[in-house]
Design a protein around this ligand. Structure first.
Ligand SMILES: C[S@@+](CC[C@H](N)C(=O)[O-])C[C@H]1O[C@@H](n2cnc3c(N)ncnc32)[C@H](O)[C@@H]1O
Ligand code: SF4
Length: 360
């Protein structure tokens, strides 16, 4: 079964660090956008059952009630599996009762909230503004509306941040009792406001120390560290995101959305003008068997559980150790093996990319 990603590119304000495909929210554009999105979905979707739907952005929650209802109508086209995970990304200040009811009625099972930080200094640099009290109230409202699976995003390694601030952020985040936490080290991407202003990343050693602090603290609090940046309570791993890391197929609909169908990886246009004209396609790449195997490892090793040797062999008709230099990496401790799984040494997760480079 495939997964479905839908991109809503509108935001009320633009954050200083954000490199995602987004534009200011103008009702004139958003209405036209939804009409085109419907056209794209109806053209491409072939009626099969899907196991997850993820509406991300941008900020999907910025849509008006009418637009939200229309979006949920569009999505009704998808035949959903019995346990279909349906995630909707929200910003704190957009969350209100009427919106939550519409989402609940439409079958949304999981909310993902961009909190990022509670530290005043961090929020100022990131260009965001909310308080812990606001988050607490919104979380209570979310729970009272019956949402039992909530993810929160955290950004760390903000210039000026220290370990105490990371710990304080985590303590507050944990008070919200989320089911899932995604943590990201701040990337200063070209053409973002931070980059234009010449802001530099923090020292790598401090970044690593912060990452280790987060991993330790969350594991102590009963979260399963199942992917390099993701932590979940028992039974709350993201079905949708696991589709990516398992190198499985998914549709991508909307501006800039990426998809992977029948050995083709595609990315839609990033131009809103072109999208609104109905020119949805951007780039497309037909993958060779070697590309697909490389992806299987690059994505699979993001999971702490790693890659299943047996499944790899059955899928590609080649032994993992014949296709890649697995043995020397097991010998030098970069990789570990437990039963049928080979995984990155947990002590070396932070340098995962270097290990992958040696392998691929
Ligand atoms: C699609 S984005 C934003 C979703 C939502 N609009 C919001 O602002 O919370 C998903 C997540 O990626 C992370 N992110 C975005 N840009 C980042 C950057 N430059 N460095 C690190 N994390 C980033 C943030 O944690 C963000 O919540
Ligand atoms: S971080 Fe979220 S709200 Fe901020 S600009 Fe990016 S998508 Fe929009």
């Amino acid at each position: 079964m495939k997964a479905v990603y839908i991109h809503i590119p509108f935001c009320k304000s633009i954050c200083s660090y954000c490199d995602f495909c987004k534009v200011f929210y103008y009702p004139k554009w958003s209405h036209q956008y939804l009409l085109k999105l419907q056209e794209e979905i109806e053209d491409l979707y072939d009626g099969e059952t899907v196991k997850s739907i993820y509406i991300g952005g941008g900020t999907p929650s910025v849509l008006s009630i009418k637009e939200l209802e229309f979006l949920m109508d569009i999505i009704r086209i998808f035949k959903r599996s019995e346990n279909c995970e349906f995630t909707f990304e929200c910003n704190l200040d957009d969350i209100h009762e009427e919106m939550l009811h519409i989402l609940k009625q439409a079958g949304v099972t999981r909310l993902s909230i961009g909190i990022q930080s509670f530290q005043k200094e961090n929020l100022k640099i990131l260009g965001r503004n909310h308080s812990f009290m606001e988050a607490k109230e919104k979380m209570a409202l979310i729970r009272s509306c019956g949402f039992m699976n909530v993810n929160v995003d955290l950004i760390y390694a903000v210039p000026g941040e220290n370990i105490k601030m990371v710990k304080d952020d985590l303590k507050l985040l944990l008070k919200l009792q989320p089911d899932h936490i995604s943590t990201y080290s701040l990337m200063i991407e070209p053409n973002t406001l931070l980059w234009v202003n010449g802001v530099h990343p923090i020292a790598e050693e401090l970044d690593e120390e912060m990452y280790e602090t987060i991993c330790k603290m969350l594991e102590k609090k009963g979260f399963i560290h199942y992917e390099i940046s993701n932590f979940a309570k028992e039974g709350k791993k993201s079905i949708h995101n696991l589709t990516y890391w398992n190198n499985e197929e998914y549709y991508g609909f909307g501006l800039s959305a990426a998809g992977y169908i029948e050995q083709i990886r595609y990315t839609n246009t990033k131009s809103l003008t072109r999208y609104l004209q109905g020119n949805f396609k951007g780039t497309e790449e037909i993958l060779s068997k070697q590309d697909i195997m490389d992806n299987e490892l690059m994505l699979g090793f993001r999971k702490t559980k790693g890659v299943n040797i047996q499944e790899f062999e059955e899928k590609y008709n080649v032994k993992l150790e014949d296709a890649y230099p697995i043995k020397p990496l097991l010998k030098n401790g970069d990789l570990k093996q437990k039963g049928e799984y080979i995984f990155i040494n947990p002590d070396k997760l932070y340098v995962m990319n270097e290990i992958l480079l040696k392998m691929i």
